[in-house]
Design a protein around this ligand. Structure first.
Ligand code: XMP
Length: 506
């Protein structure tokens, strides 16, 4: 295992990912992670970060880390920090170095084994190391930064001023692989191994006790449930609450996958009436979200009680969900929307938790899903908000509006998928605003609903661009919706990115 200490760089996660891609298990932990735990690692990487060492508030590292005898690699701010803590000097450079930068490798070093003297790297820094700590030598330099890399081979402490984890550093993966070799960590971590070990662990942990899982139809809870099912078989009971706010065909896919193919004991609770009753006359988006989240928990609680003797609850919490609170240092975030999903069931439901995906990223979860034989409809499903279509119907949610939106949404999905655009568009759907407009259909005046088509491209859903869908596809969508969905006479396309908009309308 390799620990990556997070000093707040936007690439900290990526370093962890890269190490895992090299088949060594890595974890991103806060910069002040306990020394006793670090001691158990094969190697430690100090990430980059936005701070400046001349600032007294800059994040620092416990100096004792350098006496643990473990190989250490400092990247960008991580290198400056290592130099500073060990007695070197860090100063602002003549100019900021940003973007592709050629470095020249000097002295031979294990870290650059197998590489030619000139290497293309990616730099992003203002400060630089101006005096090395004792025992260190320069192993590479650039025209603007004489200490582009440093090493103390005896104590196996290394520093790179550039970012080996980004693809723009052409041989970054070779450097990381070399560091792994220096640590002696065996490249034995694979998804398949992980899966087998996890199943065995859960089997031992749970024994013959009953386990319950709330399925949402999304990839996380589906994969978590399948892993636990492999471990405990019929002692797993899944509960799927059909809120009535799902998309067309959603419940059927879940039932087919879990009941028929996977033979999982699945209880479906049809609760559309309850949800619609609670949502009656509610138009405030936050109120809608809170009502749905709360009712979902109450229904799940009720069903779990009915089952009796359940000790465990399966949650599809991902690595990124789990670390957000511990690692993103000092960032107060405003509540934009109260998110609800089944992964967020409160712990005080009185069960012990099983979280088989806690160490995984989303794309790793999809790989596990494939290994478990889950169908593409689940593994590659686009994200769908917990409160469902309720946040895609502006104003009050009614059964009629739901029916109309489901039909329009299905057409949007069908046409985008038919055109093969779904591989590059991460989310695409329809919205029903509370606008009516005048139109003309079959020589008669109409006064009908508008449908908004929304489609975005994004890497992480924190920011997103509106998708540049070909006009011909938009036209097909528009013609089909106005012809096939009764009551709709106008279709518009949302050309707002995030920010300033959000992906969903509520
Ligand atoms: P926004 O609208 O905040 O959405 O830009 C970003 C992503 O999150 C999804 N989303 C949710 N997912 N529970 C979820 O599990 C929720 O309450 C929720 N609200 C929004 C949204 O679909 C998009 O992918």
């Amino acid at each position: 295992m390799i620990y990556v200490l997070d000093f707040g760089s936007q690439y900290s996660h990526l370093i962890t990912r890269r190490i895992r891609e090299l088949n060594v298990y890595a974890e991103l932990v806060p910069h002040n992670f306990a020394l006793d735990k670090l001691r158990t690692a094969k190697g430690v990487i100090l990430s980059g970060g936005p701070q400046n060492l001349s600032d007294s508030r800059a994040l620092r590292v416990d100096k004792k880390i350098f006496n643990l005898g473990i190989p250490i690699l400092g990247i960008c701010y991580g290198m400056q920090l290592a130099a500073f803590e060990l007695g070197g000097t860090v100063r602002a450079g003549q100019k900021r170095e940003y973007g592709p930068t050629e470095i020249k490798i000097g002295k031979p070093t294990k870290l650059f084994r197998g590489l030619k003297p000139k290497q293309l790297t990616w730099m992003s820094h203002g400060d630089q190391v101006t005096k090395l700590p004792r025992g260190f030598g320069i192993i590479a330099g650039s025209s603007n930064c004489p200490v582009a890399a440093m090493a103390d081979e005896t104590n196996r402490i290394y520093g790179l001023q550039f970012h080996p984890e980004v693809v723009h550093t052409k041989n970054g993966m070779v450097m990381l692989k070399n560091f792994i070799k220096i640590t002696g960590a065996k490249p034995s971590w694979s998804m398949k191994d992980f899966l087998e070990k996890e199943i065995e662990k859960i089997r031992k942990q749970v024994g013959k006790e009953k386990t319950v899982c709330a399925l949402s139809g999304g990839v996380d809870s589906a994969v978590a449930a399948s892993i636990v099912h492999k471990a405990v078989g019929k002692n797993l009971i899944c509960v799927y609450v059909d809120t009535g706010l799902m998309r067309e065909g959603e419940t059927e896919t879940v039932v087919k996958t879990f009941k028929q193919y996977q033979k999982i004991d699945l209880r479906i609770i049809y609760a559309k009436k309850e949800f619609l009753a609670k949502l009656k006359s509610v138009s405030d988006p936050e109120k809608k979200r809170k009502i749905i989240g709360e009712l979902f928990i109450r229904i799940f609680e009720r069903e779990a009680k009915k089952l009796g003797g359940v000790s465990w609850l399966v949650q599809g919490t991902l690595y990124t969900d789990a670390i957000t609170s511990g690692v993103s240092v000092g960032k107060a975030t405003a509540v934009i929307k109260s998110h609800h999903n089944v992964g967020g069931l409160p712990e005080k439901l009185g069960f012990k938790l099983i979280e088989p995906l806690r160490e995984l990223y989303k794309d790793e979860v999809r790989k596990i899903g494939k290994l478990l034989g889950l169908p593409d409809a689940i593994v590659h499903r686009q994200p769908f908000p917990g409160p469902g279509l309720a946040v895609r119907i502006i104003d009050e949610v009614t059964e009629e509006k739901l029916d109309l939106l489901k039909k329009a949404d299905l057409i949007v999905r069908e046409e985008i998928e038919k055109a093969g655009l779904h591989k590059n568009i991460q989310q695409y759907f329809a919205i029903l605003p509370s606008i009516k407009s005048v139109g003309v259909q079959g020589d008669a005046r109409t006064y009908g609903h508008t449908i908004i088509v929304r489609a975005v491209t994004t890497a992480d859903f924190m920011t997103a661009h509106w998708a540049k869908i070909p006009h011909a596809v938009l036209e097909k969508i528009s013609v089909r919706i106005t012809n096939e969905v009764s009551g709709v006479n106008r279709v518009v396309y949302d050309i707002t990115s995030k920010p300033p908009g959000t992906v969903e309308w509520e």
